[in-house]
Design a protein around this ligand. Structure first.
Ligand code: ATP
Ligand code: MG
Length: 444
């Protein structure tokens, strides 16, 4: 476990919580305690005996837990709340929007909530403040659809202009639902707010279909995404087994982290090879391996994450947000496989499937809907208690507050020496690295 200081996990607050929480009707079975989180409660960062030995309890690194506070910072009757969604689509965005609106209105009694349209662009005057009122009626049924009812965008926006907009509209809390870039943006907005000595809370709900944001266990939409991806793997497997020399090649999302490829492959347990960005692949050694597999077993199924094998592809520039655009490894590999089998005189029937936009745009499954709602509840509790510059995460099966600088400092990736990757290798039978078999070397 990485070294972590108590200070790294500290959450900024806007001030003392003096207002009694209006949450009611949440008394436990014993009729005594509400489910308020005690302000002194903490979630240990590391619970290993090795860590506990030799440290005195006071400075143990620990997260602030999520959940409702007995006393809150904002007066619900006086505040105005903004919600924005940024970055790429991900199943569950509408569930989070709806969860925020319903928690704010039903439980806290906040009645003034606005949605900014098309990402951070909706908060910039030059683009015309694109704002819509969000009411319980407006968000009814939105969770039944994929995408985001608020729209989204990429492209840099000036934090100063964004805070001008928050000032003009009298926004007290801004919820940002977005990926790593959006959270970096949220951090700059929170800093600009602090520089101007304003009391506006900025709280993030981290969105990443690739599951590459740390401190959140599995990100919302991830289970839906890999579940949908299994349909493509099944289709490719059916195709591959139906014809001589059948090869199914499925490219799944995963720019820097191959979690979707790993989980979808494990869920079907049909893949013969899984190629992910975290584990370098030697295509020249992989191809003879694949040919031998097809010769011996009649077919093969290959699952690749889009970010794998980037060393084989030319650099492609950047997108509007400055993210490096990736080359299309699946298409590259398809050509290499076809060329290799043809050169070797081996029959091949290759079917290539890339379901990426189908996977991103579906509604959340019931598990993710539950998760989105609970993340939204935790985000509202944090903001109402005056916490700022944080994202809601999960740690040790509890909702926690994660400082944004920590959330964007690292990326969650498949550990090539970890048990997930070992499970994938057990399921596929693929080697740790590919080497050219003696027979192929002799033939070459
Ligand atoms: P995903 O990668 O999952 O699609 P994302 O949130 O990372 O989501 P981006 O397009 O990178 O998507 O960023 C979303 C918004 O955040 C954009 O408007 C972008 O300009 C802004 N943003 C990204 N990085 C920064 C940064 N370092 N500082 C300020 N704003 C940023
Ligand atoms: Mg990103």
């Amino acid at each position: 476990m990485s070294a972590m200081d108590a200070a790294d996990l500290r959450i900024r607050t806007l001030g003392e919580c003096r207002i009694s929480s209006p949450l009611r009707g949440l008394v436990t079975r014993h009729g005594t305690t509400e489910h308020y989180v005690d302000e002194t409660d903490r979630v240990l960062f590391d619970d290993t005996v090795a860590m506990l030995a030799g440290r005195n309890g006071g400075d143990l690194p620990s997260f602030e837990p999520g959940g409702p506070r007995r006393h809150i910072y904002f007066d619900p009757s006086k505040i105005r709340v903004g919600i924005v969604t940024c970055g790429g689509l991900c199943p569950g965005l509408n569930d989070v929007i709806r969860g925020l609106v319903l928690e704010l209105t039903s439980h806290y009694g906040v009645s003034r909530i606005v949605g900014f349209r098309n990402g951070y662009r909706g908060l910039v005057a030059r683009h015309g403040h694109d704002v819509e009122e969000l009411t319980p009626a407006r968000v009814q049924h939105i969770n039944e659809h994929g995408g985001t009812v608020l729209g989204t965008s990429r492209g840099n926006q000036d934090p100063a202009e964004i805070v001008d907009c928050l000032d003009q509209l009298g926004i007290n809390i801004l919820f940002v639902i977005g990926g790593d870039g959006s959270m970096r943006g949220a951090q700059r907005i929170a800093r600009e707010i602090a520089d101007r000595d304003r009391r506006i809370a900025v709280v993030g709900v981290p969105k990443t279909i690739d599951n590459d944001i740390p401190w959140i266990g599995h990100s919302f939409g991830f289970q839906t995404a890999f579940g949908k991806a299994t349909e493509s793997i099944r289709a490719a497997h059916t195709e591959a087994t139906a014809q001589p020399g059948g090869v199914g090649l499925v490219q799944l999302m995963g720019r820097h982290s191959g979690f979707i490829a790993c989980y979808a492959a494990l869920a079907t347990n049909d893949a013969d090879y899984v190629l992910i960005p975290e584990v370098p692949v030697d295509v020249d050694a992989f191809l003879p391996h694949l040919r031998r597999r097809v010769r011996e077993r009649g077919h093969a199924l290959v699952v690749v994450a889009e970010g794998a094998g980037q060393n084989y592809l030319p650099a492609e520039g950047t997108d509007a947000s400055g993210n490096r655009s990736l080359g299309d490894f699946g298409i590259y590999l398809r050509r290499r496989i076809l060329d290799d089998f043809t050169a070797a005189g081996t029959e091949i029937n290759l079917k290539y499937i890339d379901p990426s936009y189908v996977i991103r745009s579906v509604p959340a499954n019931p598990y993710d809907s539950v998760y989105c709602l609970r993340l939204a509840q935790a985000a509202v509790h944090a903001a109402m208690a005056g916490r700022t510059e944080l994202v809601v995460g999960t740690w040790r099966n509890r909702f926690v507050h994660v400082p944004i600088p920590l959330a964007v400092a690292t990326r969650n990736q498949v550990d090539p020496d970890g048990d997930l990757w070992m499970s994938v290798r057990e399921a596929t039978g693929q080697p740790a690295s590919f080497t050219t078999p003696a027979t192929d070397r002799a033939a070459a």
